[in-house]
Write a protein that binds this ligand. Structure first.
Ligand SMILES: [Fe+2]
Length: 265
């Protein structure tokens, strides 16, 4: 049996779960996120601290503030040096060497590449209120999709970091092994592109078995850009908060070539 933290498991299933972060790392990420939320909203947000961030949905944000905090074009934080050190640690480097043959990387946050929303050493964040919350609904895409900007599976990997919500009630919904499906087949994708990501047709995914992983504190979920995944409903009773770090393969990284217009216009 392959261990779920191994690169062989990743090659076979399209994802892996690695123990990467310390409790101090997670506190720092929470505090960076809080600064961003405070900066983008009224005094109301000052009620939040690193110990109650999961109560985000209980605050009285106006719809405008709520959307502003989750605005796609600015939904990122700058990564502090300790987190960058972790991304450059042996755990990640050895993993990348196994899947890419080297570990030369660039950490890149990508909003809409068409609008040049590209930032280095930054991570995206997402906040999902509980699905049964009537006032604040999740504004994110909840259909299976892939994250690619080109046709190269070695172009990047995504590290998904749960900040609040580690169990199956909160985590991403994925289809193991779906990265092996021929993503070049045009039949696979929904034609009407409301989102940058390529959405998979429903009739295709209903036949496939999905899964929501359970993570331990400090663990992160790393996945292939072609793995079918979606946010999944927040079935818990607090806000689910996560970060995404994209590690691009430096060997091929080139703003014009990496972000192939054909895939997201
Ligand atoms: Fe995605």
């Amino acid at each position: 049996m392959l261990k779920r933290n191994s690169s062989d498991f990743f090659k076979k299933n399209g994802y892996s779960i690695l123990k990467l972060l310390s409790s101090n790392n997670i506190s720092c990420l929470k505090s960076d996120l809080l600064k961003k939320i405070n900066y983008k909203s009224s005094n109301n947000a000052k009620l939040l601290n690193i110990n109650n961030l999961q109560n985000f949905h209980r605050l009285n944000f106006t719809n405008k503030e709520f959307r502003n905090i989750l605005d796609n074009s600015k939904r990122y934080i700058n990564l502090n040096k300790d987190i960058i050190k972790k991304v450059n640690s042996k755990i990640i480097d050895n993993f990348l060497k196994d899947i890419w043959g080297h570990s030369d990387k660039k950490i890149v946050w990508v909003g809409n590449p068409k609008l040049n929303e590209i930032k280095f050493n930054c991570a995206g964040y997402r906040i999902f209120p509980p699905s049964n919350n009537k006032d604040k609904k999740s504004i994110f895409l909840d259909e299976y999709h892939i994250d690619s900007y080109n046709n190269d599976p070695k172009s990047f990997v995504t590290i998904w970091i749960p900040i609040c919500g580690l169990s199956e009630k909160f985590t991403m919904d994925i289809i193991p092994k779906s990265h092996l499906i021929d993503h070049k087949s045009k039949n696979l994708f929904v034609k009407n592109r409301k989102y940058i990501s390529r959405t998979i047709k429903n009739n295709f995914t209903t036949k496939l078995k999905s899964f929501r992983p359970r993570l331990k504190f400090g663990e992160v979920f790393i996945h292939n850009p072609f793995l079918f995944h979606r946010g999944g409903k927040n079935l818990g009773n607090f806000s689910r908060i996560s970060l995404e770090i994209r590690i691009f393969n430096k060997e091929y990284f080139n703003i014009k070539k990496t972000f192939n217009k054909e895939f997201y216009y």
